[in-house]
Design a binder for this molecule. Structure first.
Ligand code: VG1
Ligand code: CO
Length: 580
C-alpha cells in the first residue's frame, strides 16, 4: 500500500469528555471528522506508541463501527503501526479491550501498546443516534487528562492526516491474520475471538466451580439482560457455556447496531424487560421472578444488580463487594490494597473502608482516576454510583466482573444451604450489610438535554451560593426546617496522590452536619445540550430506620435541592428525565 497525506483543517468541538468523544453519527460521518480525531490522537502519543506498535481497535458494535474500524486500520497502517488487533466482527467490550491490551500476547509474541474503543457506552445507537471513540493506554486504562488535552489541542491545529487509501478493506468477520506490505515493511491485521482472552481472565479471578454449584442449584435462578449491547457476546460464553445457566436466562443477548432501538443503559428506567421479570416493574411478572438479575450497558462496562423484587444501588453494590471480596473471591484472598469511589458515589464504601481498616480514596467522576491508584498498588476495588464497579484486574469498570463478584458472594454465603436449606438472597445480603454498617439512602436525578446556557447559569449560581454558608443555611431552613445544617460546601477538587496532577471544578457539594450530601455536576458524556446531575444522599445508622422507601426517606433533601438550585426556574423542568 501507499501512504497518502490528505489535507485537512480543524473541526470544532472535538474535546473528549468524561470518557472519550461522543457525538451523533451524523457529526462523525462528516468528511475528515473521524480522521482528524484519530490523527490528533496518534500525534498526541509518543512516537514509539505508534511506529512499529500494536494497537487494538474494536467496540460495542454500534452503527458506524464497521466503517470506522476500516478507516482506523488504514490510518494506522499509514502512520507506521505494525499491527492492528480487531475482535471478531469488530466487537470487544470496554473491559475486554482493557484486558486484551494488558494480557493478550500475539502469535509472534507481540503486546499491545494501546487501543481505540469505539463506543458511546449507554447512549442509543443507530444512524440518528450516537457514536463515540476513546483511546486507552498501555495499562489498559483511558488516556489521562494530559493526553486527552493534547488530543484536543491537536484537533484545533490539524492540517493533514495520513491514510493508506489503497489498502483493501479487511474482512473482520473471519478470525485470522491478513498481511500487507507497505513502504516501511509489513503491516498485519489480526482478527481474533472477542471473548477468549476475557473469559480466561475471569476464570483466573473467580472460583467458577463454586458459582456453577450455585447456578445448578434448584433454589437459585438467574437472568441477564445485555440490552442488545456487546455484553451478549460474553454472556453466552460465561453464563451458559462455562457456568451452566440456561439459555432462556439470557435476555437481549444478541448484539445489535441500534441496540434494538432501545437505550442500552442498565437502570430501572431503561432495562424494562429485566425489571419486569424481576418483579420490580409496574406490570407484575407473570411468573415467580428469578433470585438474581443483572444488566449491562452498550459496551458492557456498567452493571445493574437486582434481587427478586429488589434493587441494589450501585453505591451499595461496591461497598458490599468490598466487604465480602476477601472471603468470596480467590483473586482477593490475600487482602485488599485499598478501595476508591467517585465523589458523587455514596459513602457506603467509606464506612466499609473504615471498619476494615482499608486505604480509601475519593476521586472525580470517570474511571481514568482509578487507574493511577491501581497502577501504584493502592487500590483493589472501586466503583461509581452510575452503575460502574470494578477492580485492579483491568483499568476499566467491568459489568460482567461485577455480576461474577455478586454470584461469588451468593455462592459463598450459600455454601451450606445449596443441599436444600433456605437460600440467602440478594436482599438478605443487602439488609444484613445495612444492619452492620448503616444505610446510605441515595438517589440521582438527571435532567437530560437541558439548554446548555441554562445549565451553566444554574451551576454558576450554586458555585456563588456555596461561598456563603450562613446564606445557604438561611435558605435551607426556609425550605425545610427538618434537615440538618450545611456544615461545608465547596467545588470538588482532586489532587492525584500518585502524579500530583490537580483536577478542578468537579462538581458542587453541600455537606450537611448529619452526613447527608447534595452534589450537583454537569455530565461530560452527552452529545446534545447539557445534562445536569443531582445526587442526593442521607446516612441512617439507626437499624430501626433502615427499611424505608428511599424516595420517601429522601423527600426533604430532594425538596431542598430543587429549591436551593432553582432547578425549575433555570431549566423549565418540573421533573427529571431519569431517576436512579
Ligand atoms: C457518566 C457517569 C460516570 C461514568 C461515565 C462513563 O459520566 O456519571 O460515572 O464514569 O458516564 O461511563 P457523566 O460525565 O455523564 O456524568 V460509560 O459506561 O458512559 O463509559
Ligand atoms: Co459504558
Amino acid at each position: 500500500f501507499k501512504v497518502s497525506r490528505v489535507e485537512s483543517a480543524p473541526i470544532d468541538g472535538q474535546k473528549p469528555g468524561t470518557s472519550g468523544l461522543r457525538k451523533k453519527v451524523k457529526v462523525f460521518t462528516q468528511p475528515h471528522y473521524l480522521h482528524n480525531f484519530v490523527q490528533s490522537t496518534f500525534n498526541a502519543l509518543s512516537a514509539d506508541k505508534v511506529r512499529g506498535a500494536t494497537l487494538v481497535v474494536s467496540g460495542d458494535g454500534r452503527y458506524y463501527s464497521k466503517d470506522a474500524i476500516q478507516i482506523i486500520i488504514k490510518m494506522a497502517a499509514a502512520n507506521g503501526v505494525r499491527r492492528v488487533w480487531v475482535g471478531q466482527n469488530g466487537l470487544l467490550s470496554t473491559p475486554a479491550v482493557s484486558a486484551v491490551i494488558r494480557e493478550r500476547v500475539g502469535a509472534d509474541g507481540s503486546k499491545a501498546s494501546g487501543g481505540f474503543i469505539l463506543t458511546a457506552s449507554h447512549n442509543p445507537g443507530g444512524p440518528n443516534e450516537d457514536f463515540g471513540i476513546k483511546y486507552n493506554m498501555e495499562n489498559g486504562g483511558p488516556a489521562p487528562e494530559g493526553i486527552t488535552d493534547k488530543i484536543y489541542e491537536n484537533t484545533k491545529t490539524i492540517k493533514e492526516y495520513l491514510i493508506a487509501e489503497d489498502l483493501p478493506d479487511v474482512d473482520i468477520s473471519v478470525v485470522g491474520v491478513t498481511k500487507f506490505e507497505g513502504p516501511e515493511g509489513q503491516f498485519d491485521v489480526d482478527v481474533f475471538d472477542s471473548a477468549s482472552d476475557y473469559v480466561k481472565l475471569m476464570k483466573s479471578i473467580f472460583d467458577f466451580q463454586s458459582i456453577q454449584k450455585l447456578v445448578a442449584s434448584p433454589q437459585f435462578s438467574f437472568c441477564y439482560d445485555a440490552l442488545h449491547g456487546v455484553a451478549g457476546a460474553y454472556a453466552k460464553r460465561i453464563f451458559v457455556e462455562e457456568l451452566g445457566a440456561q439459555e432462556s436466562s439470557l435476555l437481549n443477548c444478541v448484539p445489535k447496531e441500534d441496540f434494538g432501538g432501545g437505550h442500552p443503559d442498565p437502570n430501572l428506567t431503561y432495562a424494562k424487560e429485566l425489571v419486569a421479570r424481576m418483579g420490580l416493574g409496574k406490570s407484575q411478572a407473570e411468573h415467580e421472578p428469578p433470585e438474581f438479575g443483572a444488566a449491562a450497558d452498550g459496551d458492557a462496562d456498567r452493571n445493574m444488580v437486582l434481587g427478586k423484587r429488589f434493587f441494589v444501588t450501585p453505591s451499595d453494590s461496591v461497598a458490599i463487594i468490598a466487604a465480602n471480596a476477601v472471603q468470596s473471591i480467590p483473586y482477593f484472598s490475600s487482602g485488599l490494597k485499598g478501595v476508591a469511589r467517585s465523589m458523587p458515589t455514596s459513602a457506603a464504601l467509606d464506612v466499609v473502608a473504615k471498619n476494615l481498616n482499608l486505604k480509601f480514596f475519593e476521586v472525580p467522576t470517570g474511571w481514568k482516576f482509578f487507574g493511577n491508584l491501581m497502577d501504584a498498588g493502592m487500590c483493589s476495588v472501586c466503583g461509581e454510583e452510575s452503575f460502574g464497579t470494578g477492580s485492579d484486574h483491568i483499568r476499566e469498570k467491568d459489568g460482567i466482573w461485577a455480576v461474577l463478584a455478586w454470584l461469588s458472594i451468593l455462592a459463598y454465603k450459600n455454601k451450606e444451604n445449596l443441599g436444600g436449606g433456605k437460600l440467602v438472597t440478594v436482599e438478605d445480603i443487602v439488609r444484613q450489610h445495612w444492619a452492620t454498617y448503616g444505610r446510605h439512602y441515595y438517589t440521582r436525578y438527571d435532567y437530560e438535554n437541558v439548554d446548555a446556557g441554562a445549565a451553566k447559569d444554574l451551576m454558576a449560581n450554586l458555585v456563588k451560593l456555596q461561598s456563603s454558608l450562613s446564606e445557604v443555611n438561611n435558605i435551607v431552613k426556609g425550605i425545610r426546617s427538618d434537615v440538618s445544617n450545611v456544615a461545608n460546601a465547596d467545588e470538588f477538587e482532586y489532587k492525584d496522590p500518585v502524579d500530583g496532577s490537580v483536577s478542578k471544578h468537579q462538581g458542587v457539594r453541600y455537606l450537611f452536619e448529619d452526613g447527608s450530601r447534595l452534589v450537583f455536576r454537569l455530565s461530560g458524556t452527552g452529545s446534545e445540550g447539557a445534562t445536569i446531575r443531582l445526587y442526593i444522599e442521607q446516612y441512617e445508622k439507626d437499624s430501626s430506620k433502615i427499611g424505608r422507601d428511599s424516595q420517601d426517606a429522601l423527600a426533604p433533601l430532594v425538596e431542598v435541592a430543587l429549591k436551593l438550585s432553582k432547578m425549575q426556574e433555570f431549566t423549565g423542568r418540573s421533573a427529571p428525565t431519569v431517576i436512579t
